[in-house]
Design a protein around this ligand. Sequence first.
Ligand code: G1P
Length: 292
Amino acid sequence: MRVHTAVIPAAGLGTRFLPATKSVPKELLPVIDVPALQLIIDEAVGAGIDHLVIVNSRNKPSIEAYFADAPEVIDKLEASGRAEMAERMRAIGRDVQVSFVYQHAALGLGHAVGCARDAVGDEPFAVLLPDEIMGSSELLSAMCAVCVATGGSVVGLKRVPMQEVSAYGVIDPIGEIDADGVVAIRDLVEKPAVTDAPSDLIIIGRYVLTPDVFEAIAELKPGAGGELQLTDALRVQAARGPFHGVLRDVRRYDTGNPVGWLSAVVELALDHPRYGADFRVELERVLDRDPS
Ligand code: G1P
């Protein structure tokens, strides 16, 4: 058994990025010169995924357009000697089969994942929330391996200062985190008050789930914020066990808000093989600018 399908919930309205997202889906906003969605796809492919299920809304047809053939542009690039860019264009979506399903109303993350049920089928699958960008596929690969080894669902974890936990799903661990960063989980709670939080370990936007989660999703009642919460479906799985979390020291950017987005772009740009050196000079000039 291996994990070969990934679900990417992408039907959100992107209200934190209005007015940019009035006509451009947040998932297609550029991180340097690629849409954010491409970084999510690269991470998934790097972890062995070859089937993507994008949960889209009918109001965002440009996400599908990103995967369409573009023969005119490619011909033009080739005719003008830009073979490398022509190849990058051809490679979009080539290593993966891409399916689209539609979420007709924003009822919550649990509902969004549930929309992918038929496209996923009866096998374990990954979920990647596109609001978070990872520096590599390492965490997701490790999570897939834990799911295969244990036969249970797995969530990605991060330790945060206690006063930040209320913005996230929080886990109740069983015992200590082992040397590989793996910990068994007893329970999970979505957006608890600080005083009610069972730990300072939050769920980040990476999941590897066994397909019985779809039955729990089908039974969901509105939870935190009145939404159908994925975390509440995971509680059902955790109560049955096995259920694990993986904590890894990987680079992670929370691009769900404009400041997080800017930080990601700046840090990734400084490391960029083509633009990094020039950008560093520019950034230093900006930082040295006389504040008056
Ligand atoms: C969602 C999940 C939450 C998780 C978070 C990670 O929350 O419901 O459990 O911790 O993603 O980013 P949202 O950010 O949609 O409120």
